[in-house]
Design a protein around this ligand. Structure first.
Ligand SMILES: NC(=O)c1ccc[n+]([C@@H]2O[C@H](COP(=O)([O-])OP(=O)(O)OC[C@H]3O[C@@H](n4cnc5c(N)ncnc54)[C@H](OP(=O)(O)O)[C@@H]3O)[C@@H](O)[C@H]2O)c1
Length: 264
């Protein structure tokens, strides 16, 4: 399928590794100009090197900005005044029970997961509407609906993104701009690989056994019964960012391997 993403300018938050990195790689293969983001210049430069090694003629740039810092949005606004596609991908979590989750944890997760998306959308959406084309994608999570007991704060931020996404979509009526959200399920990012390794060494099991057990206990509802690959999430993001997805607006799309029960 020809995704018609050549020469589109894309900014992906939190994209030096994990799902964001897989999205960057996908957009670059389609000929887009991609701005990646991470907290430090060093991690951004390393990721750019990796992307240039994996995609020939990759048109990739980077912006170091930490969304916990109040100047992050200003740095981004100065670096990229205009884009075609914004992927609000950055997301942090703290695996803690509700009573152990501090105000600082709540504020940090809201700042990084929700407010970065609010501030970036407030800056870029009017420009997209003015040029009468654009895509904004919010990366939510299956946790927005599953709400695991140790991830209540994180899950709350991910549910907030769904309202934000739907609300902004409603402001695009009659234009060629769309705003959607994506709800990935458990995905085999570098972080998940580390978790499997740690748990395997603690329990005296193999990583495959830990993964199998995770889907029997924590994600028994998953129909996929395995971790998704980052590329499997990225491919859906690419389609939702493409001109081909023009008829999808205000939608929340599950890429969770069927872990959230129900048809819709
Ligand atoms: N992985 C999953 O199973 C899963 C499932 C459902 C939803 N999601 C959601 O999908 C999105 C991506 O998840 P992921 O697992 O790929 O994430 P990840 O591996 O934890 O993401 C790491 C990326 O985020 C950047 N980052 C972290 N904190 C940042 C901050 N304060 N400011 C700027 N960048 C920051 C890192 O940059 P540096 O390290 O270079 O600083 C790196 O590029 C998140 O919104 C997550 O909630 C993930």
């Amino acid at each position: 399928m020809e995704l018609e993403l050549q020469h589109k300018t894309v900014f992906i938050t939190g994209s030096t590794s994990g799902i964001g990195f897989a999205m960057a790689e996908g957009f670059l293969k389609e000929g887009a100009h991609v701005f990646i983001n991470g907290r430090t210049q060093n991690s951004v430069d390393n990721a750019i090197d990796k992307l240039k090694a994996s995609v020939s003629n990759a048109n990739v740039s980077g912006i170091a900005a930490n969304f916990k810092d109040s100047n992050a949005i200003e740095i981004i606004q100065e670096a990229i005044p205009q884009i075609d596609i914004l992927i609000n991908n950055v997301g942090i979590f703290a695996s803690k029970l509700f009573e152990e989750t501090t105000d600082t944890d709540w504020h940090e997760m809201f700042q990084v997961n929700v407010m970065s998306s609010v501030q970036l959308s407030r800056f870029f959406l009017p420009k997209m509407i003015a040029q009468n084309w654009g895509r904004i994608l919010f990366v939510s999570s299956e946790c927005a609906q599953l709400v695991p007991a140790d991830l209540i704060a994180y899950s709350t931020t991910k549910t907030a993104l769904l309202s934000l996404s739907r609300g902004l979509a409603q402001t695009t009526k009659g234009t060629k701009v769309t705003v959607n959200s994506l709800l990935p399920g458990s995905t085999l990012t570098e972080g998940a690989v580390e978790f499997l390794k740690d748990q395997a060494s603690k329990d005296g099991k193999t990583e495959a056994q830990v993964a199998e057990n995770f889907f029997k206990t924590d994600r028994n509802s998953s129909l996929l019964q395995r971790f998704a690959q980052p590329k499997e999430i990225a491919d859906m993001a690419l389609f939702l960012s493409s001109p081909l997805s023009a008829a999808t607006n205000g939608a929340a799309i599950k890429v969770d391997g069927g872990s959230v029960p129900g048809i819709l």
